[in-house]
Design a protein around this ligand. Structure first.
Ligand SMILES: Cc1ncc(COP(=O)(O)O)c(C=O)c1O
Length: 432
């Protein structure tokens, strides 16, 4: 007899919301993506699909969390933390931002809420700032959680294509086409950018600021700075909130910024699920309420661990800061980019983040999935086709956009070297 769990049920029991996200989540490419990920997991494959480090992450954080979990006299440290986050972690976040990015005016109690990951922070931020009928600007390609996040908040995503021919730069004319001063409530920026590794320039922030300040309903900038610790652009990572405040002062406008950070990337601990939102008190108050009814609080021992790790970061030099992950990513990016160029792909040079993006159309491919399958078969190296980073259906993308592929570089040097050596062998065998 079939168990109650195996009996097939009609999709009608699902809410309209769940059905909408099931149908269109991650750009509608979920099945293709799942099959590729499954093949990439095989031990013979060098897996460069997903953005998680293959190393264990901050040692300071792990030792502190282990101590908190196992010391008996600390038993309350394994219980709920305050909804808004542990006071020590909130203080560590404001102290880090003040120390490294000169953000002196932050008040841990007023301007910060700790969330259960950056992903929850995005969801909470969208739920807090977007009402049904509101419009949200997403620059595509984008982190695939933004699209469903906007939908779940009842908003409508307005997609603005980053200019591939211009290294994924924001184009003012394209932004103006989609920005509605009466309806756009949120513009989402991400720097360093997943997937392209682009770091927003002052000129691009000026464009976004100028457009947002023409809003008649109040348009907030949501700044996803997940990769703030892995940036090797000249001058390093710039905090968007600080840049926008300078522009507000210079122009007399009052554009507000809500930013997101995460220990997943700052401390290389993607499994711990500790993130945060930083912003003006009235927005953070809304986020605190929504977060309280979402996960209530992030895991307490991990918050202790992250606080310890953040307190140890004292320098922005990529070679030493954030456990040297910025320097590792830069080296991996340069080495991997060189072999991809030698294979004949058009490679975009990242200035930060966890990825290298390349266009396989110069090799004669017409689809990125075709290239990824070919690379997997011939080299046993797995990369990710980028269709799921677009909200626009693949059939409506340009032929070069349909050929974009993403390689994860958040891996140890020997792993990246192994992928490179396999690709070099392929180059050698095809030139014989
Ligand atoms: C741009 C961007 N934002 C947010 C996140 C979410 O981070 P978390 O692991 O904290 O949920 C990621 C994760 O890959 C990301 O790439």
């Amino acid at each position: 007899m079939a168990s109650p769990c195996s009996r097939s049920r009609s999709r009608d029991v699902l809410s309209e919301r769940a059905r909408r996200v099931l149908g269109g989540g991650a750009g509608g490419h979920v099945e293709e993506w799942k099959a590729l990920l499954e093949a990439a997991e095989h031990p013979s494959v060098v897996n460069l699909t997903q953005g998680y480090p293959d190393f264990e992450g901050s040692r300071k954080a792990r030792l502190e969390a282990a101590e908190v979990i196992t010391r008996l006299e600390h038993n309350k440290l394994n219980q709920y933390s305050p909804l808004v986050g542990l006071g020590t972690l909130m203080a560590s976040i404001t102290s880090l931002y003040s120390r490294l990015w000169n953000m002196k005016d932050l008040d841990a109690k007023k301007n910060v809420v700790v969330t259960s990951s950056g992903t929850e922070a995005i969801s909470v931020a969208f739920q807090t700032l977007v009402s049904p009928g509101d419009e949200v600007i997403l620059f595509e390609p984008y982190f695939p959680w933004y699209g469903p996040g906007v939908k779940l908040a009842g908003g409508e995503a307005k997609l603005v294509r980053l200019s591939m021919e211009d290294d994924f730069k924001i184009d003012k004319a394209k932004l103006l086409e989609k920005f509605n001063p009466e309806k756009t409530r949120l513009i989402v920026v991400n720097t360093p950018h997943n997937p392209s590794g682009r770091v927003l320039t002052r000129e691009e922030l000026e464009i976004v600021h100028e457009v947002a300040s023409t809003s008649r309903v109040g348009c907030t900038l949501f700044s996803d700075e997940a990769y703030e610790g892995q940036c090797w652009a000249p001058g390093g990572h710039k905090k968007v909130q600080q840049e926008i405040e300078q522009l507000n002062e210079a122009t007399g406008s009052s554009v507000e910024v809500l930013s997101m950070g995460t220990s997943s990337k700052l401390c290389s601990l993607t499994g711990w699920r500790v993130g945060w939102l930083v912003g003006p008190e009235h927005i953070i108050n809304g986020c605190k309420a929504l977060h309280g009814y979402s996960t209530y609080c992030a895991p307490t021992p991990f918050q202790h661990g992250i606080a310890k790790a953040l307190d140890g970061f004292v320098d922005l030099d990529p070679a030493v800061s954030f456990d040297g992950t910025g320097a590792l990513m830069k080296m991996n990016a340069e080495k991997l980019s060189a072999v991809l160029r030698d294979m004949g792909l058009r490679v975009y040079s990242p200035k930060g983040g966890y990825f290298v993006v390349a266009d396989c159309s110069p090799l004669g491919f017409t689809s990125n999935m075709e290239f990824c399958k070919d690379l997997l078969e011939k080299c046993k190296v797995a990369a990710a086709p980028m269709n799921m980073f677009f909200g626009t259906p693949a059939s409506e993308l340009s032929s070069a956009e349909q050929c974009l592929v993403r390689f994860a570089i958040c891996k140890t040097e020997p792993v990246v070297d192994e992928a490179i050596s396999r690709m070099r062998k392929l180059i050698a065998s095809s030139s014989k």
